[in-house]
Design a protein. Sequence first.
Length: 179
Amino acid sequence: MTDASAVESASTRAIVYVLSVAVCALVAVVLYAFPGRTEPAAPGVLPTLNAVLNGSAAVFLTLGYAFIRRRQVRTHRACMLVALVLSSAFLVSYLMHHAQVGSVPFRGQGALRTVYFAILIPHVLLAAIMVPMALFTVLRAFKGNFAAHRRVAKVTLPIWLYVSASGVVLYLMLYHLGT
């Protein structure tokens, strides 16, 4: 099966795409439809938790990659599932935080502001496409379709790593450099 559309049933693809669109829409609604309030000078518990979850996901993604390169499949699988759970927990925590405060503006100026947006824009775009990619990657592994899993994982992993690691960098810039 070389055609990606032949890997999953039409109903499975539809579920993944509907779920992905729903997640992106929910994030947009929470960020921009909630009035929010002024963000305190200190980041608080949820943004810090978000950074820890993102950073931890990046660590487990890296470990999972290292284990599969060593052909330690069970340990790879465990690491990747932990990364998926951590990223899912991040999403819940992120939504909870932004439902309370709305969108948090970056207050840095000059070159720092340019760097912040140069990281933020691809982070947001890649986070949106990462949702279906991660779901398809995991589904293909669970179904035992490892050839299709490897094909999509080669693209999913660097995107997922970028989103997770850049999330930590954006947190540091937003709450510790841009004030």
